[in-house]
Design a protein around this ligand. Structure first.
Ligand code: FMN
Ligand code: SF4
Length: 434
């Protein structure tokens, strides 16, 4: 099996990103032309056949989401592209937005054709300011050439895309907080139901998909859902952009067919190339800060939704962060929890207070002052925060902690009553290197 497959990323670095000519020469807009000859239900059937699971992290089947929205009788329906990409260790949407924005625009335009939508919003993270400009230029060029705007390709179909800039809040990647933010309201998550398909942007039926999900649509329509699905495994259709970072030789974004192993991803010279500085792998963190950590014994797990789930791991956003033997697990978890303290929106108590409590106990573990009572409380906090937090941020904030407690219980318990046995902590190393 080939270890990489450039399907969605095939234009990246090879064409002038905002140029319609370059995009057309690489086969661009053939998917839209075909889609305009198809009925919405036919397109959705292809998306379902593709077994495309949402690439933003939650892995919700895109075909089922589209089918549900199509059945809702109210209009107008809005299309929203989630380009907030706030998950640490995740930078694959950045590659698509900056190096092949027209692919994302084409995918959104096909979705608009399916739902009869006239307006879409793309919520791009504020830190991607330069990319927002590239994306706007691509929109302007598509309008000038008749691929966007009024009477697309000479049909009656009119569709516009508006860019909204994020302002640096991770929680605004949560789809309902994102819609609030587009509406100019504070970025707090909404209570669900009602689902966004029914009451979404400006209270109208709304489709929210991730950048990579939209970028995949032109390929699925053009080549057919079955062909796309065949690149992957029985449950995980197609390919996935993964982001390799941390203490690995070849950091970067790679498009892989689902089904290759974690060992292939981390060690094969075509992808990760092994652990940096000749060190040994200690653990890896999948799917961003909100995802689980895995250990070397799990390296032969195929990278696909079902196999990772069975192993207590997950695809999440596609982030794969590598940590070597020099990293102290407790110190690493302190860094993870600091992130969630910073990003908690404060709306609900389990997340707002829970993350602070978890952090305090981790600090006590580092200092060697934690007690067995603290350790018990840590485990209770995981259960409470997962069950009682209002949104996915708080619900997943302790996943890394829970998996590390499973894999590194001896190391973490070693921290009880004595100062960090690893000696030099990861963050201290990082600070020293700056
Ligand atoms: C706290 C939080 C942050 C999120 N951040 C992102 C993000 O940056 N980008 C993204 O596409 N999805 C993010 N999601 C997932 C979205 O809520 C949503 O599931 C996704 O945009 C749906 O698109 P998809 O089905 O194509 O993956 C986040 C979820 C949560 C709970
Ligand atoms: S879980 Fe955290 S981010 Fe989500 S609503 Fe509660 S406080 Fe806000």
């Amino acid at each position: 099996m080939a270890l990489t497959k450039q399907l969605i990323s095939k234009n990246c670095g090879k064409i002038k990103p905002e140029s319609i000519d370059g995009y057309i020469q690489s086969g661009g807009y053939e998917g839209l032309k075909k889609a305009l000859t198809m009925q919405p239900k036919e397109i959705i059937a292809e998306v379902k056949a593709a077994k495309l699971l949402g690439r933003g992290g939650a892995a919700y089947p895109v075909g089922a989401k589209w089918e549900h929205l199509l059945e809702i009788p109210h209009s107008p329906k809005f299309i929203v592209c989630n380009a907030d990409e706030g998950e640490p260790g995740t930078f694959k949407d950045k590659i698509l937005l900056s190096q092949d924005p027209l692919r994302v625009i084409e995918g959104m335009t096909i979705a608009a054709h399916v739902f009869g939508s006239h307006d879409a919003y793309i919520y791009i993270r504020g830190e991607y300011l330069a990319i927002q400009k590239v994306f706007q230029q691509a929109i302007d060029n598509a309008i000038a050439e008749g691929y966007l705007g009024n009477r697309i390709l000479g049909t009656d179909f009119t569709f516009n895309i508006h860019i909204t800039s994020g302002a640096g809040a991770y929680v605004c990647g949560e789809n309902s907080a994102l819609l609030n933010s587009i509406e100019g309201k504070p970025g707090y998550p909404r209570i669900k139901p009602p689902h966004l398909a029914e009451v979404g942007l400006f209270s109208m039926p709304t489709l929210v998909n991730n950048v990579e999900s939209f970028a995949t649509i032109p390929t699925i329509v053009l080549d057919g859902g079955n062909q796309y699905a065949n690149y992957g495994t029985a449950d995980s259709g197609g390919t996935k952009l993964i982001c390799l970072s941390g203490l690995v030789v070849n950091q970067g974004v790679y498009e892989i067919p689902f089904g290759i192993t974690l060992r292939d991803i981390i060690y094969n010279p075509e992808i990760g190339g092994g652990i940096a500085n000749g060190k040994k792998l200690k653990f890896f963190h999948l799917g961003g800060q909100s995802g689980p950590c895995g250990i070397p014994e799990q390296l032969d797990t195929p990278y696909c939704y079902a196999a990772l789930r069975s192993a207590g791991l997950s695809v999440g956003s596609g982030a794969v962060v590598i940590l070597d033997e020099s990293v102290c697990v407790v110190d690493y978890l302190k860094g993870v929890t600091e992130f969630f303290i910073h990003e908690s929106c404060g709306k609900c108590t389990p997340c707002r207070e829970g993350n602070q409590k978890v952090y305090a106990i981790l600090c006590k573990l580092s200092d060697g002052t934690a007690t067995t009572q603290d350790f018990k409380l840590l485990k209770r906090l995981i259960t409470t925060m997962t069950a009682a937090s209002f949104c996915g941020l708080g619900q997943s904030a302790t996943i890394a902690l829970a998996t590390c407690l499973k894999h590194f219980s001896a190391e973490i318990e070693d921290h009880l009553h004595k100062k960090c046995p690893a000696g030099v902590c990861f963050q201290e190393q990082e600070r020293a290197a700056i």
